[in-house]
Design a protein around this ligand. Sequence first.
Ligand SMILES: *Cc1c(COP(=O)(O)O)cnc(C)c1O
Length: 230
Amino acid sequence: MTKIESQLQLVQERIQVACQAAKRPASDVRLLAVSKTFSSAVVSLAYAAGQSAFGENYIQEAVQKITDLQHLPIEWHCIGPIQSNKSRLVAEHFAWVHTIDRLKIAQRLSEQRPAHLPALQVCIQVNADGGSSKSGVPPSEVLALAQAVASMPRMRLRGLMCIPEPAPDFAAACAVFTSVRALFDTLNLNGLGLDTLSMGMSADLEAAIASGSTLVRVGSAIFGERSYPG
Ligand SMILES: *Cc1c(COP(=O)(O)O)cnc(C)c1O
């Protein structure tokens, strides 16, 4: 077994145990492998080990990998910040975008999504803990943005995403994730029909799953430490 295979297996086991603890079926939670900073060759090893959804932060780096690996039916997710001048690349190359944080970017993606591709699957990024270092929409502004995005052509609003600051303990992590879950429930009470809560990373996926996450974004626990930050 390769190192990546065994690490992937360990992460799947963590997800299963966390789902059991939360009395949720393991099929509730998808694993997104975050491959930023790792090469196309490493991504194809993970693909060979059964992983088919990958998350990338840096658009230029991602487009290179997507091009290298276009022979594989990989589902690519953009999980990094999007500058206006990169929105076209995102609209043309990714299946999902988790980091919608303003109307203007959503409008650009909607206009730029090529007609031959399926609708872009998107999540709104929520600034759940008021952390100043991470972007995201303040909770009070999420409903209005969600309603706007849901009505845009070529876009399918799937849910919410958050990247909280590291929490001191499990309970504190759960408190932040649960507040995003509550916002998600509110949006659904408003008829938005969302099915995706993109929350949890290598360090906090158990707390995220306990709080209702349906998609965890895991990098270092699968691929090892990254050699440059991000
Ligand atoms: C890098 C990154 C991850 C993965 O982080 P790990 O701690 O390596 O699991 C998840 N989500 C986002 C948005 C990231 O930038």
